[in-house]
Write a protein that binds this ligand. Structure first.
Ligand SMILES: NC(=O)c1ccc[n+]([C@@H]2O[C@H](COP(=O)([O-])OP(=O)(O)OC[C@H]3O[C@@H](n4cnc5c(N)ncnc54)[C@H](O)[C@@H]3O)[C@@H](O)[C@H]2O)c1
Length: 256
């Protein structure tokens, strides 16, 4: 049984809600009795999530300015406010050395992970500032604090999420708004599995086993529920005074 934080009635907007971390956070917030606004570009997955969890489902692409402003407007039209925002949708893009990447490979990742996170912050802060309250969690990654020779667009985009988190936290602080980011390590979601295929299409299960072995705590991938545990705590009053920070969830992978 998970901890309950008394978030019932809170209006929560979650992007990337059809799968992975977004779906796990939506599940926990539904258990809390929060009023959900589920956002994803995957219409079928979103419909399934909304049927299971309840709440408003908004099909939107977070890389499109009008669609970001649109999902925020739909939340305000339905509930008049936004208390919690999980700014989470992201893509991994193509793994390859920089010399083998096109500018479009970079832009494709940047449009979602960089611009999408910025536009979400901008639109939601416009709602939260006049309220004088709100909590935001952005999904960064351990890729926000280290490089990788064959993953530069993703690495750059997640460094940007950290920068946006710090800047937004300073901007939101006078209005009583807290903003943090989570930085997951290796997680067993669709994205985590796709990366094993990209690293070695001939033996993704071998990559999965080797990555698992590299994680000091537990010798395993993390689960989406373990990210949701941290996000729920960040959303709750138990983390009052925590803002502008990156929260690694990586089984000590980056501790050395
Ligand atoms: N899985 C990992 O190991 C891992 C590690 C660190 C960080 N992350 C980050 O966590 C976040 C969630 O990843 P996940 O593992 O749950 O991935 P996932 O692929 O399982 O889920 C991502 C969801 O985001 C949605 N999405 C993607 N682009 C979108 C867009 N332009 N507009 C609207 N929705 C869009 C997808 O449809 C999907 O439902 C991402 O930001 C990712 O970069 C993942």
């Amino acid at each position: 049984m998970s901890v309950r934080y008394g978030l019932d009635g809170q209006v929560a907007v979650i992007t990337g809600a059809a799968n992975g971390f977004g779906l796990a956070v939506a599940q926990r917030l539904a258990d809390e009795g929060a009023r959900l606004v589920l956002v994803d570009r995957d219409a079928d997955g979103l419909r399934a999530a909304a049927e299971k969890l309840g709440g408003l489902a908004v099909v939107a692409d977070v890389s499109q300015e009008s669609e970001v402003d649109g999902y925020v407007q739909e939340a305000v039209n339905a509930h008049g406010r936004i208390d919690l925002f999980f700014n989470n949708a992201g893509i991994e893009g193509r793994m390859a050395p920089m010399t083998e990447l096109s500018v479009e490979d970079f832009d494709r990742v940047w449009r979602v992970n960089g611009r999408g996170v910025f536009m979400g912050l901008r639109a939601v802060l416009k709602v939260m500032k006049p309220q004088g309250s709100g909590v935001i969690v952005n999904t960064a990654s351990m890729a926000a604090i280290k490089g990788a020779a064959t993953f530069s667009p993703y690495i750059a985009s997640k460094h940007a999420v950290l920068g946006l988190t710090k800047s937004a936290a300073l901007e939101g602080a006078p209005y009583g708004i807290r903003i943090n980011c989570v930085a997951p390590g290796h997680f067993d979601t669709r994205m985590g599995r796709d990366l094993t295929h990209q690293i070695n299409p001939d033996d993704p299960d071998g990559v999965f086993r080797a990555v698992s072995e590299s994680v000091p705590y537990g010798k395993r991938y993390g689960t989406a529920a373990e990210v949701a545990n941290v996000v729920l705590w960040l959303f709750s009053d138990e983390s009052e005074y925590v803002s502008g920070a990156l929260h690694l969830i990586d089984g000590a992978l980056n501790a050395g």
